[in-house]
Design a protein around this ligand. Structure first.
Ligand code: CTP
Ligand code: K
Ligand code: MG
Length: 181
């Protein structure tokens, strides 16, 4: 695989993990997951992690993976690049895992005294990557090793922070998000 192919495969394979965070912004609102509970002086997770955002984000990632599966043969022919089809387990671990990674990051942010919306460079850009890939490697290991080869993983680690910063700045200027991160 050349560099372009590797980037296209990495982006395609990660789309079901990328979209849940952005979709959660649109679905968010309603009851927070922590129900307002605190640990020490801070909220367990905060008002930024809601049931509706989490369910909406996961469902969007799952639906996207299934839609990509229908497009894969045509896109593979058109681009001449072998695009992976998502096993159902992987579609779920990628989308739900991304949400769990983001929630875990909020837990860590609250424990380190950061209020809702505060930036935590590094964690913000990679929480959902780790959250998506670890359960996928565990529960869809064959599919994972076929799809996420070492070059693909390296590309994921490089392009994800760039895409994350880009989409969040865009969402901020569109008035969808309160902070540009
Ligand atoms: N959101 C949600 N449920 C989630 C994740 C996000 O409802 N599981 C919604 C919330 O409305 C949230 C917005 O998407 O405010 C932006 O997400 P994010 O930046 O992750 O949350 P923050 O509000 O910045 O909170 P935190 O500091 O805990 O990350
Ligand atoms: K976040
Ligand atoms: Mg935020």
């Amino acid at each position: 695989m050349d560099v372009i192919e590797t980037v296209v495969v990495a982006f395609w394979a990660m789309l079901p993990a990328y979209v849940p965070n952005n979709a959660a912004v649109l679905f968010g609102g309603g009851r927070p997951i922590d129900g307002g509970r605190t640990w020490g002086d801070s909220r367990l997770l905060g008002d930024g992690k809601t049931w509706r955002g989490t369910a909406g984000g996961t469902a969007t990632g799952l639906a996207l993976a299934l839609a990509l599966n229908r497009l894969a043969p045509t896109a593979t022919d058109a681009l001449g690049i072998g695009l992976p089809e998502f096993r159902v387990v992987a579609a779920f671990t990628l989308s739900a895992g991304a949400m769990v990674g983001d929630i875990t990051a909020s837990f860590i942010k609250r424990r380190s005294g950061r209020e809702r919306g505060a930036a935590f460079p590094g964690l913000d850009q990679l929480d959902f990557v780790v959250g998506a890939l670890v359960p996928t490697a565990a529960f869809a290991s064959g599919w994972f090793t076929e799809t996420f080869t070492v070059p693909v993983l390296v590309v994921v680690l490089v392009i994800t922070p760039l895409l994350h910063v880009g989409t969040n700045v865009l969402a901020y200027y569109l008035g969808l998000k309160d902070e540009p991160w």
